[in-house]
Design a protein around this ligand. Sequence first.
Ligand code: ADP
Length: 495
Amino acid sequence: MSGKYLLAIDQGTSSSRTVIYNHRAEVLSSAQQEFPQIYPEPGWVEHDPEAIWASVAAVTRQAMQKLNAVAADISAIGITNQRETTVIWDRETGKCVHNAIVWQDRRTAAYCQALKNDGLESKVTEKTGLRLDPYFSGTKIAWILDNVDGVRQRAESGKLAFGTIDSFLLWRLSGGRVHATDATNASRTLLFNIHTQDWDDELLELLSVPRAMLPDVRDCAADYGVANDACLGGEVPVCGIAGDQQAALIGQAGFDYGMTKSTYGTGCFVIANTGDKALHSDNQLLTTIAMRIDGDVTYGLEGSVFVAGSAMQWLRDELRIIDSAPESEAIATSTGIVTDVHVVPAFAGLGAPYWDPDARGAILGLTRGSGRNEIVTATLQSVAYQTHDLIEAMSDDGIEPSVIRVDGGMVANNWFLQFLADVLDIPVERPKNVESTVLGAAYLAGYRAGVVRSPGELSTLWERDEIFQPSMSSPQRESLLQGWRDAVNRVRNPD
Ligand code: ADP
């Protein structure tokens, strides 16, 4: 395989990024661009697929120009993406029939509720590992088919294609020749049977989605054809695809049973590797495909917290009690652990393990002496408590991580990571390279392209920056967690 670089595209919810690596996983060049968010109605979130594509083409061109790289210098392309976001386009013209409906969009809540009322959730969960929630692609596809004129008929006659963002980008990069996705992205659609590794006819019928519009599902490291778009200036094979959270697990070298990563960006996403077993959760976590490499499926248990780093933005932009997110570290260091005040940042309801969409945020336990410092520190603490609730749910479901690998913007905060280790009572490891997601995508591509011997090689390249060892006494931890539980109970919506 020719070329000395690996190029990875990370198409995220708020921005697109391209990073170019050498074969030793060192970053040589990168470029990033934001694109507009579209909010047509309360609870609805869309992206213009053309704006997504334009941003990806632009950052790819820029990253290559910075390095004076040409297509022949690149061994392979890897793609990682915001998951679940749904695009439908015309196979002939390449034109999208509607804006992309973003994972955060809640427009299909009533439809999901109706399916639940019909008693269908357990069947869906058994096959997909997911819940009947608007978060996933299936009901978003159904919405477009039902609400855009003429689209259902065109879909049935095979004229339209559905894809998550990876699939859409691959279609565009390959000049409309390849319609495929990987198993991790497929596992977030509500249509893919994670046990048989195929689109499920019963689910397709349930959501009235024609099979003719679905992409071919491949391994994460696979032959995805050749990209020849002008932004590359020549032909480059596409060899890797994984959804963003799964790519982060790969980038963190989470290849073994029990290995767990937690990503702290806007929200927090935890995935534990459960090996070849699809663990069913009794605690409202999701069962998902963590990776599929050389035909071997690795499953994962996943939980998410909606508000993590964005709580820092709330302190900065709404309460205006900090000037920047990093300032929270100095404040917490000088304040120390706060025991009486609890902030529950349930701004958009509570995710796993509560799944209470109607809960709302609160600051509890204020006394005359409580001020800015206590509120800032308690907000940082709340992110750790929420992670604790996820890890506790995982352990109830049968998987107990012995260490957590963390990444994302918020892990620059040492105070937060020490408190996290204390509350979890598990060591927390921060890698030198906290950009795990895009690294994971690059590595998948490198493996398929033959420039990386095995994805497992990442385990030897993975370097620890710091380990935070738990040092809190059990009584103190228990008392803090009891305070947190009481606070959560007070914001939950009584059924
Ligand atoms: P995303 O990919 O979701 O946009 P990032 O991984 O870039 O997010 O992380 C950015 C988030 O991390 C922001 O919400 C910001 O508030 C938070 N953040 C950044 N630095 C710190 C810090 N030192 N302490 C706490 N939070 C931080």
